[in-house]
Design a protein around this ligand. Structure first.
Ligand SMILES: [Mg+2]
Length: 263
């Protein structure tokens, strides 16, 4: 099959009548790189103009359960999203769950993982990474944004964290200007499966995401034929998603049509 034939295009027109007719709808959204463009200062990564209002309208008027799924802490993603009332947010790739009331529930971390994360933070501090070390609930991230020698910093971070993976449910995850040691017992695919399990049969679901960690969720939807996995990216890449939209114009049109279809 040629690349052109394998390449997913926009959303299949058949999706919209199915969405209109569905008794329930689930719209699951990644945050960074999907709703919000990357920023050098991670704390300034807010959604593309107009998206927060659209998402608020969908949650309010479009008979849709809106869920944000992020690698960030749940409270962090909820705050940056800026949607009122705050929708359901899963943070830390699923380790944290918040229903918008400000209360965050966390899954229990294995003791071995706790030990390894503490060791990672200690090793990072000893190696001079204090200012660039982010301790998350189920991970330790090292950031080298703005570093004078990013390649050297990346190699040093990997040398520090890689020895801690062995024999534990941990993985190394690269992201823009950083590396994270994280517990892999929760991931976005598991979150997607849990969300679908919570929904009655006949629910139409979509998941929108941009990076490798979103592929787990794409696979769940694609394999179960239970919904629409959508890659949000300026350029197409190999993906399990069945549709591809460019941010922010195509993404905004998709959300506008979702609202119109379900209103
Ligand atoms: Mg992302």
């Amino acid at each position: 099959m040629t690349d052109a034939l394998m390449r997913p295009a926009g959303v299949d027109e058949g999706f919209w009548p199915a969405l209109a007719a569905a008794p329930r709808a689930l719209l699951a959204l990644d945050y960074d790189g999907t709703l919000a463009p990357f920023r050098v200062e991670r704390d300034e990564a807010v959604p593309y103009p107009g998206l927060a209002a659209l998402i608020a309208d969908i949650a309010d008027r479009a008979r849709t359960r809106v869920v944000v799924i992020s690698g960030r802490p749940a409270a962090d993603a909820a705050r940056l999203l800026g949607v009122e009332p705050v929708p359901e947010v899963w943070g830390g790739h699923g380790w944290e769950r918040s229903n918008g009331d400000g209360h965050v529930r966390r899954e229990v971390l294995p003791a071995l993982v706790e030990q390894r994360l503490a060791a990672a933070a200690a090793a990072a501090a000893a190696a001079g990474w204090q200012e660039r070390c982010e301790r998350k609930y189920a991970g330790v991230a090292l950031h080298w944004r703005g570093h004078e020698e990013p390649a050297r910093a990346a190699a040093a971070a990997r040398a520090l964290l890689a020895p801690l993976v062995d024999g534990a449910p941990l993985e190394l995850l690269t992201f823009a200007d950083g590396l994270e040691l994280r517990c892999n017992l929760w991931h976005k695919g598991r979150v997607m499966r849990r969300l679908l399990d919570e929904e009655p049969p006949g629910t139409v679901a979509a998941y929108l995401g941009d990076d490798r960690t979103d592929e787990d969720a794409f696979n769940v939807l694609a394999a179960g034929r239970q919904g629409l996995p959508v890659l949000i990216a300026p350029r197409w890449r190999t993906t399990a998603a069945l549709a591809w939209l460019r941010p922010p114009q195509d993404l905004r049109r998709f959300l506008e049509r979702w609202l119109k279809t379900r209103e």
